[in-house]
Design a protein around this ligand. Sequence first.
Ligand SMILES: Cc1ncc(C[n+]2csc(CCOP(=O)(O)OP(=O)(O)O)c2C)c(N)n1
Ligand SMILES: [Mg+2]
Length: 451
Amino acid sequence: MENIERIMDRAFSIALGGRPGVSLVDVPMDIFALKTDKHSLYTTRHSLNEARFAPDHETIERAVDFILKHKKILILAGGGVRLSEAGREIADLSEALNAPVVSTMGGKGTFPEHNERALGFLGGWGNPYANRASLESDLIIAVGTRFGEVNSSSWIEGYTFDFSKTHLLRIDIDEKERSKDYPEDMFLQGDAKTTLSEIIAELKKRSAARPAANSSWYSELRKGLDDYYRDFMNCEMGSDKIKPNYVIRVLQELMDEDRSISLITDVGWSKNGIAQYFRIDDPLNFITPGGLATMGFAPGAAVGFKIGAPDRKVIAVVGDGGFSSAISALFTAVQYSIPVVFLVMNNWSFGTIQGLQRSYFDRKFIGTAFTGSGTDLYNPDFVKIAEASGALGFDVKNGSELKATVRKALNGGRPAVINVPTDLEPDVPITGHWSITDIYAGNVKYMFDRR
Ligand SMILES: Cc1ncc(C[n+]2csc(CCOP(=O)(O)OP(=O)(O)O)c2C)c(N)n1
Ligand SMILES: [Mg+2]
């Protein structure tokens, strides 16, 4: 018992410092059952990012010398930028170097994607122009990214990255990231916000030497991206089953009108579609399980997010598979009066997995279509479940009702479920690469080449 304060102090310090995240304290039952006269089990208050450090000044000078040797510089903002709250510094660096910015899924929104130097999210489900920018650049300044599989096109050269041609300067607080996936030309160990501020200060001293990057290069890519988004916004609505891309489009329109909306995505269309097609200007607009893609993340995460940020309008965008697997979050939301909207993209299947079975296994759907005793599709009535549990329930019968229904649900003042019958197709295009498709297609040659 006398250790508990020290252990709780350490747990909070690990959770909030360095690389913030979850820490687990496992307390045996006999300790739980002890009596204490203490009112609180932890006395030291910790705050996020309390230990910020940067490399020494000489290293910063060397980094700036190195940066200024390049012409097509691309800044890559990872999830570490979000955790370090370093969006302002990414914007300042982009301005100081006149360099475009792309992000990983975790870093999406840390640099406002409506900014003229923003080229969106890269990787397997990234947009084609972010991937092109990465391949055409001569230096990538990568800040707070693990180079995870989704963002790196399964690490297969030439789709998103090719570090045989592009130099890499990497900033990360965690020494364990050094050379983990790619050999960097320079690794700066430090907090993103502090290290970027030092680099920017040093760059400002050398005003004669900048800008290094080339505006006609990125503005041409940016124009391509604008057209890409415009084509997407013209997508068809669908009839009794609404097209998944249309659902995403309506959410983008709603968010463009109201920036206090936060979308908490699950997996499948919701995550990959929003990451590829949305322009997000604030990291609080887009919360996602990222590359680990935990199905069932959105319902609980949305409830937790709303508790932490009560002024935001919160929509959990979730497939029918994800919602069914974590539906108890709805009951918790009702129990504690937490007004979250659960928008269920209901396609009667684990659609993402079914898409792979459609493309690579001759449409043999095993365990992915939600059928009843015969071949009829089965799902519970999500609207009735909502109403029976004390939440509001809405059925969307036609795509043209969708926007008004979401507004109504957001203004209902209570937890609400919106059932959106959704078409299975199209899939979110893979613009980079995902090597699971090589494995399924029996095309694993490169794996043997690599041995
Ligand atoms: C916990 C967990 N189990 C399995 C998976 C594999 N998986 C990825 S997408 C997906 C289907 C999700 O179905 P649904 O929520 O209905 O979304 P849809 O793909 O239909 O848009 C599954 C099972 C996962 N990501 N996480
Ligand atoms: Mg589904």
